[in-house]
Design a protein around this ligand. Structure first.
Ligand code: MD6
Ligand code: FE
Length: 210
């Protein structure tokens, strides 16, 4: 559990340098974010990117902010427009507020990747290294179904640790862990009642730069 200190400061659980704020967002805050995600999806419909290896990802994605994450045969990168040609919608204000609270020393994020996990969706172990400056953290918010999140090392392989991320949990990856491998082995489909019909939404806020 995340403990609230007397001064109101939050104490995260530290796992392999990942700062895990369990239960940071209450149900109302989760619902607000879910509505923001629905609005983003209306303007920028989710799609399943193809990996450089030619495989279709099991996770559906879209983005908000100046830069949106994209992948195809040519590689992973950030692009300024949704595949339809429209600009990505702005990053919702409550997400900017959360960033200010948890990453007060960093510049404001210019990208919010929205990952949508249906039944059976997973995400292989990867590093987030398409951003310009690894001094800035990434903030990750979990909504809906529980996910088994695996945390590794800055090089592939070696010991890993896993934790079930629940709706309302927030993870900050920064410092020495910024380039650590991580992934989602599986979700417990319909384990949360937040999203009607089941599913998980993961939001990652980043400073892409450029
Ligand atoms: C997920 N998260 O939780 C996948 N990346 O669905 C990530 O890939 C991730 O949680 C960078 C920083 C934090 C993360
Ligand atoms: Fe990642």
């Amino acid at each position: 559990m995340t403990h609230q200190a007397k001064d109101g400061a939050l104490r995260p659980l530290l796992v392999k340098g990942f700062r895990i704020y369990q239960g940071l967002l209450d149900r109302d805050a989760q619902r607000v974010l879910l509505h923001e995600v629905a609005a983003i999806q209306r303007k920028a419909p989710p799609f399943r990117p193809e990996t450089p290896g030619g495989r279709r990802m099991s996770v559906s994605m879209t983005s908000a902010g100046r830069h949106g994450w994209f992948s195809d045969r040519h590689g992973y990168r950030y692009v300024s427009r949704h595949p339809s040609g429209v600009a990505w919608p702005p990053i919702p204000a409550p997400l900017i507020a959360l960033w200010r609270r948890l990453a007060p020393d960093a510049p404001l994020p210019d990208s919010c990747l929205v990952n949508l996990y249906g039944k059976g969706a997973r995400m292989g172990m990867h590093q987030d290294r398409d951003e310009a400056d690894f001094d800035h953290p990434i903030l990750s918010i979990s909504l809906g179904d529980e996910a088994l999140f695996r945390m590794g090392n800055v090089t592939r392989g070696g010991r890993t640790e896993s934790i079930w991320l629940k709706s309302g949990d927030v993870v900050v990856i920064g410092g020495a862990a910024r380039l650590a491998y991580h992934g989602v082995d599986r979700i417990r489909f319909a384990s949360s009642s937040l999203i009607k019909g089941g599913g998980r939404v993961n939001l990652t806020l980043r400073v892409v730069g450029g």
